[in-house]
Design a protein around this ligand. Structure first.
Ligand code: GCB
Length: 616
């Protein structure tokens, strides 16, 4: 028996690199709306700081102490061989509720970075002929290996995008055991690189589910309104019968129906004139239509809004009308004293309501990585325009092909997941990346990918500017490649400018393109007041005055088309350790971690109220 236990799970060499080089298949688009069996809930967990589960007791090859995930439980073996040695037993390990980062599992997990094993069992019906079952993760941060009934079924890298594996063959009728290894440690080849300004929420942070589909099914469906007034569809089937299949798109409420036949790759592109009665999606009227994609036995259902977004000169046009983006940035971190990154519908609604109703906003920058689909769906439903980005952040290893592969896979997974969301108008490829040849090349590759995947949205990147005296110049070599320019600027916070002088700063741009201030901000500890004439940094008064003066400056930039100041809520950041003002939190929120409004909140809200009235 002991020997039998030694039959270790072989680790497929090169698996991780392969997983990074291209996005995951199946894509399983709109999986969250397909009927599914949820695997959320109680899971067993155990830390593995030396990665014995992969490498063995002395490192290197797996050995006797290596964790093994065969069908038999450790308890079974122990009963028949009381002398068997085990130094792990997931079946008797503590229980955590998933999804949710491991920060919430136990107090000592707060600062843990590394490998954690998860396990649970579940019942499955016997697979029906002509059906396939996919195991889908909304996200796990950062790299993941998945085992079903003792066999490795796949891997994924990247903490913020969904992935799925076809488990039809690995699944048994009756009780199944799933084991997941999640490692939060990142190297320079990863995206983001190890150093950021937010908490790494390691773990299984989004829902896990089993989705059953017909053998040949709609894996990817992208449906949008084109600038020339057509409803266009790009559909990809996956399965033995993917070629030469009839595919039909239906929007019952619009009496719209059109169809065509897939090519050898299972792909069909088709379109039809948009019906006159179509109500275009906008923040003021976020109309969504039940949209069906029918292909033989499979019907995929999604809720889709139809709108156009374009740039003309230095203007951004939504449905043909010039708009100003009244926004704010947001991290995927729920309100509360001890956020664990488990973005529920309720938690997302609380934050987006602060933006939409509290701030009179119409726009949110989802920083600095793809947020939960719960958030992007809610933005569609509530009417908030969205900036979506991947964490190509600060010092990425521009020369490392693995880093580029990771970024490309992540960008593709993000776009494929979300290109049916009307709310998303901007894909951003980078944040505050130092200019250089290797960086420019890296980002141009990403921009090319974005345009190939989605020609219906705008491409941007958060850039830095060059300041001389009171003149700030935007002169990044990437400008010609972008539709919308975006600048992060922190004059008066990271510089020692007097706040009263901020309105004097003027902006120069070499291109006739719209500009967004993708960030500006100042920190304040909620409840800390300094009512003197020259308030101290970190006081609510300083932050409020910083906003007043920066908004005065912004009002004078003729080509400014929006802003997303930094940030709606104080968020956890390990680099913010001032014992009095920060205590592990980046305090640039307009509300505290528990939801207390700071004085600056009203300053921005009032500015946006006036802007909204002026544009109504
Ligand atoms: C930035 C970064 C953001 C930081 C912020 C800050 O420019 O893009 O991730 O959190 O500044 O607070 O310094």
């Amino acid at each position: 028996i002991f020997r039998l236990i030694l039959g270790v799970v072989a680790v497929t060499a090169g698996g991780a690199a392969a997983a990074q080089s291209k996005p995951q298949r199946p894509a399983l688009v709109a999986a969250d709306l397909r009927p599914h069996q949820s695997l959320d809930g109680p899971w067993r967990w155990s830390i593995d700081p030396y990665r014995d589960g992969f490498a063995g007791f002395h490192g290197g090859e797996p050995g006797p102490s290596t964790r093994r995930w065969q069908d038999r439980t450790i308890a079974d073996v122990e009963r028949s061989d009381p002398r068997a040695l085990f130094e792990f037993d997931l079946q008797r390990s503590p229980v955590a509720q998933l999804p949710g980062s491991w920060i919430g599992h136990a107090p000592e997990m707060r600062l843990y970075q590394g490998l954690v094993w998860y396990q649970r069992s579940f019942e499955a019906a016997s697979p029906k002929p002509g059906q396939r079952t996919m195991l889908r993760f909304g996200a796990a941060d950062y790299s993941t290996r998945v085992y079903l009934n003792g066999k490795e079924i796949g891997r994924h890298s990247g903490g913020f995008t969904p992935f799925a594996f076809d488990v039809t063959k690995a699944l048994k009728a009756g009780t199944n055991q799933i084991t997941v290894a999640v490692d939060s440690a990142r190297t320079d080849a990863d995206v983001p690189p190890p150093v950021t300004d937010w908490e790494t929420y390691g773990g299984i942070t989004r829902s896990v589910s089993l989705v059953t589909v017909p053998e040949t099914y709609v894996d990817d469906a992208w449906i949008r309104l084109t600038n020339d007034g057509r409803v266009a569809a790009t559909i990809r089937l996956d399965g033995l019968n993917q070629a030469g299949r009839t595919v039909r798109v239906r929007v019952p409420a619009l009496d719209l129906q059109f169809e065509g036949t897939t090519d050898a790759r299972g792909i069909w592109n088709g379109s039809a004139p948009a019906p006159k009665m179509l109500k275009r999606w906008s923040p003021e009227a976020p109309t969504l239509y039940d949209t069906l994609v029918e292909a033989g036995p499979d019907t995929l259902t999604d809720k889709i809004g139809f709108r156009t977004i374009e740039v003309r000169g230095d203007e951004i046009l939504l449905n043909g009308h010039s708009i100003f983006l009244r926004g704010i940035s947001m991290h995927e971190e729920e309100l509360g004293k001890n956020p664990v990154r488990a973005m529920t519908h309720t938690a997302a609604r609380a934050l987006l309501t602060e933006i939409k109703q509290g701030l009179n906003g119409n726009f949110v920058r989802l920083a600095h990585y793809p947020h939960s689909e719960v958030v992007t769906r809610l933005a569609d439903e509530m009417g908030l325009l969205v900036w979506s980005e991947i964490p190509v952040y600060w010092r990425v290893a521009w020369d490392n092909p693995e880093a580029l592969a990771a970024a490309r896979a992540m960008m593709t997974e993000n776009i494929v997941r979300d290109r049916n969301r009307a709310s998303i108008i901007l894909w951003s490829v980078a944040n505050e990346t130092p200019i250089g040849e290797a960086r420019n090349k890296f980002l141009r590759t990403l921009i090319g990918d974005v345009r190939a995947l989605d020609d219906s949205r705008l491409v941007t990147a958060a850039l830095l500017s060059r300041r001389e005296g009171d003149v700030s110049t935007i002169d990044d070599p990437l400008i010609p490649d972008l539709d919308v320019l975006a600048i992060n600027t922190y004059n008066g916070w990271y510089s020692d400018d007097r706040l009263a002088k901020l309105p004097n700063i003027s902006w120069r741009s070499p291109a006739t393109k719209p500009l967004i201030f993708s960030e500006f901000g100042a920190a304040a500890l909620a409840g800390y007041h300094d009512v003197g004439a020259d308030p101290h940094k970190f006081s609510e008064e300083f932050q409020a005055e910083y906003y007043r003066r920066t908004l005065e400056m912004a009002a004078k930039v003729p080509f400014l088309r929006g802003m997303s100041p930094w940030i709606i809520k104080d968020f956890r950041s390990p680099r913010r350790q001032h014992p009095v003002y920060q205590q592990g939190w980046n305090r640039k929120g307009l509300i505290s971690e528990t939801g207390a409004h700071k004085a600056a909140f009203d300053v921005l809200s009032e500015d946006y109220r006036r802007r909204a009235e002026a544009s109504a």
